[in-house]
Design a protein around this ligand. Structure first.
Ligand code: BV8
Length: 247
């Protein structure tokens, strides 16, 4: 494991030789787009709340308006955000390597807006809305003063189409991600603290499958010790560098 902010030649060589690259991203890749990471202290009105306490069905049942307002605040932030050079570099890398599977824990849709294809969104999409009782996915709903609004189909409360703590991940997305982690030649873990499961187990599946593994993160994480390459820096700075040396 060599921890450095320059890109080792062996890593470039490894990427050139890889038939299948799998990538797992976390909130860190969106930090340079101005989207606060999941564990950074929340700002303003939300400073006193722990995201992990709010992103649960229990919190929603207990105080649906509070949770709905939190997501409205985050949606407004994300609406103003743009994909950054890190997102864009991954979209370009997919055109260079034979096969790239992009798996994200992020719910901000920035990989999709950076034109990455077939993004595996393990935790859903904050910009999508469904109802709490039956999961009716809705593009629109009747104007109402109710906060949260009600589902026009079954009248239950509306919520963001994200996976909350204690909820199962979408089965097909998780299965596809596990298959990629077990089959890839190279696994990049980018901008994740590797604390949330089952996503955090994907890099370790890649280690078990004998893939070469890379961590891109300014900080150490529980994954660091298992990684073949550790690039200590930000996604927005290191991924464009990696792409330039790949070309
Ligand atoms: C599940 C959507 C089966 C919502 C998210 C008790 C009861 C129930 C479950 C559990 C339990 N105990 C444990 C669990 C499992 C639980 C879990 O993992 N808990 C942990 C925290 C202990 N998991 C679940 O509940 C999952 N479901 O297991 O179902 C089940 C069902 C019932 C009962 C048991 C099991 C569901 C997990 C999904 C939760 N939803 N998001 C929303 O967003 O509102 S997860 C949330 O955290 C975000 O999606 C985020 O992406 C994710 C992970 O965080 P990170 O992405 O890593 O972000 P973080 O801020 O932590 O770190 C940022 C990193 O970036 C840092 O390392 C930083 O250094 C780095 N960085 C910063 N700047 C940059 C950078 N890197 C690069 N460049 C930069 N510029």
């Amino acid at each position: 494991m060599n921890s450095q902010t320059e890109i080792p030649k062996e890593l470039i060589q490894t990427i050139h030789e890889a038939d299948h690259v799998a990538v797992l991203t976390g909130a860190g890749i969106s930090a340079e787009s101005g989207v606060p990471t999941f564990r950074e202290a929340q700002t303003g009105l939300w400073a006193k709340y722990d995201p992990q306490e709010l992103a649960t069905p229990q919190a929603f049942r207990r105080n649906p308006k509070l949770v709905w307002d939190w997501y409205s605040w985050r949606r407004a932030l994300i609406h103003k955000a743009e994909p950054n050079p890190g997102h864009l570099a991954l979209a370009e890398m997919a055109k260079i390597v034979p096969k790239l599977t992009l798996i994200t824990q992020n719910v901000d849709g920035l990989h999709q807006r950076a034109s990455s294809q077939d993004v595996i969104a393990l935790h859903g999409n904050i910009m999508e809305t469904k109802c709490f009782a039956n999961g009716h996915l809705l593009d629109s709903w009747p104007e109402s003063d109710d906060v949260p609004p009600h589902c026009p189909i079954c009248n239950s409360l509306l919520r963001p189409n994200v996976v909350w703590f204690g909820e199962n991940l979408p089965a097909y997305a998780l299965q596809t991600a596990v298959q990629a982690a077990q089959a890839c030649d190279l696994f990049l873990s980018i901008g994740t603290s590797a604390l949330v499961h089952p996503a955090a187990s994907l890099p370790l599946m890649a280690v078990e499958n004998g893939a070469a593994t890379v961590e891109i993160n300014p900080q150490e994480t529980p994954l660091t010790r298992w990684m073949d390459f550790v690039l200590r820096g930000t996604a927005g700075e290191l991924l464009p560098k990696l792409l330039t040396q790949l070309r």
